[in-house]
Design a protein around this ligand. Structure first.
Ligand code: FE
Ligand code: FE
Ligand code: FE
Length: 160
């Protein structure tokens, strides 16, 4: 890669893959959640994730290149860990605590990625992409905070 523009494009392909993988994984996590509130949080974030993938697609425009995902291996790994954890035979509250942990790892990965992408979009003068990516990072941060809030009750219930 010879330019920041190229690096930005490759990272955009990665995050598009990450969001698309999550669109498939979140319904499984919602189904596995015992707490009604946790399930609702996953379902809410699924709807947001669908909108985020659309925003990422729109944010490709300023690169002048094709909208094409490239497998995000990190997200693949995070989802594989979540899936093996979901196969464990666990007490309901413990499963919920584990689901929150997996989901927060995902959100932190997304926050890191969007943080970098926002910085690069700014440097490249991609103002439309920047505005779209900022909306995504805001939602990821809000989701992370909501999960921390939910974990307070759930961890207490799991700790018996
Ligand atoms: Fe996302
Ligand atoms: Fe990635
Ligand atoms: Fe997210």
């Amino acid at each position: 890669m010879d330019s920041l523009a190229e690096l930005f494009y490759e990272e955009m392909r990665d995050v598009l893959s990450a969001e698309r993988q999550l669109i498939k994984a979140l319904p499984k996590m919602a189904k596995k959640a015992h707490s009604e509130e946790l399930r609702a949080a996953f379902e809410k974030h699924l709807a947001e994730t669908e909108a985020q993938a659309d925003r990422v697609e729109q944010a490709f425009e300023e690169t002048g290149k094709a909208v094409r995902a490239k497998t995000c291996e990190a997200m693949k790994g995070l989802i594989a860990e979540a899936e093996s954890m979901m196969k464990e035979k666990s007490a309901p509250e413990v499963m919920d605590a584990a689901l929150i942990a997996c989901a927060q790892k995902v959100e932190h990965y997304e926050i890191a990625t969007y943080g970098t992408l926002c910085t690069w979009a700014e440097a490249l003068g991609y103002s439309n992409a920047l505005q779209l990516l900022k909306q995504n990072i805001d939602e990821e941060e809000q989701t992370d905070k909501a999960l921390t809030q939910l974990s307070k009750t759930i961890n207490r219930e799991a700790n018996v």
